[in-house]
Design a binder for this molecule. Sequence first.
Ligand SMILES: [Zn+2]
Length: 211
Amino acid sequence: MYINTSSVNVSPGTGVPTNVRCPNCGQLGTFELPLSNAQDLIFGSGIRAGERRCPNIVCRALIFVIWQNNQIVRSYPPLRIDFDKTNIPPNIVTALEETITCHANESYIAAAIMVRKALEELCRNQGAQGKDLKERIRDLGRKIILPKELLDGLDDLRLLGNDAAHIESREYDKVGKEEVEVGIEFVKEVLKAAYQYSALLDRLRGLRKNP
Ligand SMILES: [Zn+2]
């Protein structure tokens, strides 16, 4: 999506700090202008554009942002959904990172296919069995603690449709931003149950042993 500014005037304007999650370091921060005398470009129809810099002193990434009516509508590099990688096997991290990259670049069909890939990797790591992905995830629900409501909700996710091999399925054409975001949140919940609750439990048990 490009914002067409050919028919509006451009003027300099004082920029204000903006809160975003850094696409480089993943931390949420109040991004300031890179120079004290730097200015934004103000267009008509509520559009503003300017540079901002990550406040994290080990990152300091520079991003370019476009706002419309004070809402961020574009950023370069694109903003990403956050994801806690603690204790998660590398093959799953790689698949979910690529899913999030596809989502950040608005490639939702590619992202939907990568959500499946991340879940397939997870099922393989956990030894979950079944004739298709939905069955393997249900089997996963017998190995790790997953809320029943979460498993029941899977039937509403089109991107988990019956046949893993059917990339040509027309169902993918209907998958959009919202469904991909729900899919990514679902993967994150399952990963928490599979790899992160147990690490927290081990730490809690460690405290009990060392009064
Ligand atoms: Zn940063």
